[in-house]
Ligand binder design. Sequence first.
Ligand SMILES: *[C@@H]1O[C@H](CO)[C@@H](O)[C@H](O)[C@H]1NC(C)=O
Ligand SMILES: *[C@@H]1O[C@H](CO)[C@@H](O)[C@H](O)[C@H]1NC(C)=O
Ligand SMILES: *[C@@H]1O[C@H](CO)[C@@H](O)[C@H](O)[C@H]1NC(C)=O
Ligand SMILES: *[C@@H]1O[C@H](CO)[C@@H](O)[C@H](O)[C@H]1NC(C)=O
Length: 216
Amino acid sequence: MKAPATCLYGLVAAAISTAQVTGDPDGINDFKSDGPFALQVKGQALNSSIAGYVYALPTFGTQWLLQYEPGNCPRADNSSFQFYFNYTGEMKSQETDIGFFVTDYTVEETNEFGLKGKAVSLQFDLNTNIGLPIMGIATAVLTGFNAENKTFLTHYMDDSTAAPGKRPPYKDYRYYNWAVCWQAFSNVYAPILSWVTTGRPHNPTCELVDLVKVNL
Ligand SMILES: *[C@@H]1O[C@H](CO)[C@@H](O)[C@H](O)[C@H]1NC(C)=O
Ligand SMILES: *[C@@H]1O[C@H](CO)[C@@H](O)[C@H](O)[C@H]1NC(C)=O
Ligand SMILES: *[C@@H]1O[C@H](CO)[C@@H](O)[C@H](O)[C@H]1NC(C)=O
Ligand SMILES: *[C@@H]1O[C@H](CO)[C@@H](O)[C@H](O)[C@H]1NC(C)=O
């Protein structure tokens, strides 16, 4: 997905387009990394009013959220709207690399895990089917891009195929359950990028969206 030609890009010349770092002898932090790109959200429903981008929103705590902001153009002049895709090159979904989203690490200090940037993970609560993408914890959720640059999450099993005594098969499942929902977390109550685990969203403010990579 390309941004409209009318959008003005601020800092693109100063940004790295592809970083491939191999300075880690143990290979633990040895991620390939593509970016920066913006993450566009588009409502899936016909005539949906949701059209914009997400940006990294700090909270009073150490965990950050992805807030939705309406708009036609990616904000290339603001690093909160810039993301990278870190991957090993070895994990694949149907020949496509899978990895995880990271905030703009070119502006961040190395953290306690020896990494730069905050990886996007998913947090769940016991009373809802709405997950919360959060950043700033030591895990990440595996993601990839399809041919149209829509992002998906992967899983190896579908528990709706479980039968007594018969384990569900291992397969390469791709899910596109992103949503924008009003969510409360820490000091924030705002339209936040969310994830619907399965079924109808329990939170009535949720609208299903596509999350699309737009290269800057
Ligand atoms: C997807 O993004 C890539 C850049 O990462 C771009 O070259 C390609 O044209 C995009 N594909 C579509 C269908 O927009
Ligand atoms: C979408 O908008 C068009 C034009 O305004 C209208 O005719 C149509 O009924 C709308 N569809 C839905 C599902 O709201
Ligand atoms: C980046 O955008 C966010 C959301 O609009 C805003 O809160 C923040 O102040 C901006 N940062 C800079 C450096 O302009
Ligand atoms: C992402 O990859 C870059 C380039 O290898 C690296 O500098 C950074 O620490 C990585 N960040 C995370 C959170 O994996």
